[in-house]
Design a protein around this ligand. Structure first.
Ligand SMILES: Nc1nc2c(ncn2[C@@H]2O[C@H](COP(=O)(O)OP(=O)(O)OP(=O)(O)O)[C@@H](O)[C@H]2O)c(=O)[nH]1
Ligand SMILES: [Mg+2]
Length: 363
């Protein structure tokens, strides 16, 4: 501080008294401690149950944390929310970049809130660590939904592997449902296995397409067609309407050739425009039909039960793998054996067995 400032500053009025620093230091510690004070699990649970979106965000951050100290608290929060979860429709949406997912979700989500629904939009994007969250990153395409009190938008958790990202999203679904969100939309792009992961956490899976150069089925993964409960040809507006209808017919023909689904549901292709909103309500009506039918047959609950079993096993697999590969002894032994395998000193199978035996002994 310059001497002229010193003269002007009211804090320096009494020259020679230098106790400020000590007072300030303790004040700073106090402020820091207060900042560090995290809400307890009970506080988070009651905040979520009362529908507080800020608390919901904080709890999701806790779930997404890679700090092992947070895991226990996160589990406590999930456990507290679980009795109030499950009362929702979970919808997965996939489609290649540029197909209009964000624009569609903006239109569809807004439409649902106008019906009195509470909509949570989540994403599964395992590439987001590299691309810094391209998916849902463009909240500009969802400018109305972002501001909507009955909507909650959360970009994808980041992580190195799909398993971790997907598990966090699944746990986030539970918290959103407990916070009163009755329609959960999960967006993904077809990177790696992310579609399969999303398919295994939703009730209804929607594939968004646009009409192409005539050969609509070209380049489409068969597995995705089989997973889809509906195919929606987006951008059916202006000059595109004719082509979109042609694509719809072609997809409907193709869908007929697939074996019947376990749910007995017959997936349909429809057209829509996320811009003019034409066809948006048809998508919702189709989901309602599905919901009604599968609730009646019991398939809805059966599928959720199977998904829960699946995620339990997935979590065990993931934890086992993590435990194994993170053991310091295993890390060095693995390196040694990689070299030994490369030099043909040991077979890959024998090396694997050796490592597994070592791990078993350490348990
Ligand atoms: N004409 C027309 N354009 C649309 C429609 N839906 C989206 N678009 C446009 O298509 C472009 C891509 O839309 P996005 O919503 O960003 O697509 P996305 O699938 O979310 O893309 P990524 O986030 O990159 O995966 C934008 O310029 C939109 O304005 C539609 O129904 N009709
Ligand atoms: Mg997008």
């Amino acid at each position: 501080m310059s001497s002229s400032n010193k003269q002007a500053g009211s804090l320096n009025e009494k020259a020679g008294i230098s106790s400020h620093e000590i007072t300030n230091a303790s004040a700073i510690i106090q402020i820091r401690n207060k900042r560090r004070q995290q809400p307890s699990a009970e506080e988070l649970i009651s905040g979520i149950l009362s529908g507080n979106r800020t608390v919901l965000s904080r709890a999701i951050t806790l779930i997404e944390s890679t700090n092992p100290e947070h895991t226990e608290k996160a589990n406590e929060v999930i456990k507290g929310c679980l009795p109030n979860a499950n009362k929702s429709i979970r919808i997965g949406i996939t489609g290649v970049p540029g197909v209009g997912k964000s624009t569609f979700i903006e239109a569809f989500g807004t439409f649902l809130t106008e019906l009195g629904k509470k909509v949570a939009v989540l994403a599964v994007d395992p590439s987001s660590t590299i691309s810094h969250g391209s998916i849902l990153g463009d909240k500009t395409r969802m400018e109305n939904l972002v501001k909507n009190e009955n909507a909650f938008i959360r970009p994808s958790a980041s992580g190195e592997n799909l398993g971790g990202v997907a598990r966090k999203t699944r746990e986030t679904i539970i918290l959103c449902e407990a916070a009163g969100f009755d329609t959960i939309i999960i967006e993904t792009v077809g990177v790696g296995q992310s579609e399969t992961a999303v398919h295994s956490m939703v009730d209804f899976f929607l594939l968004l397409k646009i009409s192409g150069a005539g050969d609509e089925l070209q380049g489409i993964k068969r597995g995705i067609m089989e997973m889809a409960d509906a195919i929606v040809i987006n951008k059916a507006d202006g000059d595109n309407i004719y082509k979109a209808n042609q694509a719809k017919a072609e997809f409907n023909r193709a869908l007929h050739l697939f074996p019947p689904k376990k749910s007995n549901w017959l997936p349909k292709a429809t057209t829509c425009s996320a811009i003019t909103k034409e066809g948006i309500s048809d998508v919702w009506n189709s989901i309602l039909d599905y919901f009604e039918m599968t609730k009646e047959t019991g398939f809805f609950q059966q599928k959720r039960n199977e998904q829960n079993q699946f995620w339990m096993i997935e979590t065990i697999n993931e934890q086992l793998k993590q435990n194994f590969y993170n053991q310091p002894e295993i890390i060095s032994l693995l390196e040694q054996n990689k070299k030994a395998v490369q030099n043909n000193e040991i077979s890959p199978f024998a090396a694997a067995q050796l490592l597994l035996n070592k791990y078993k002994k350490s348990l």
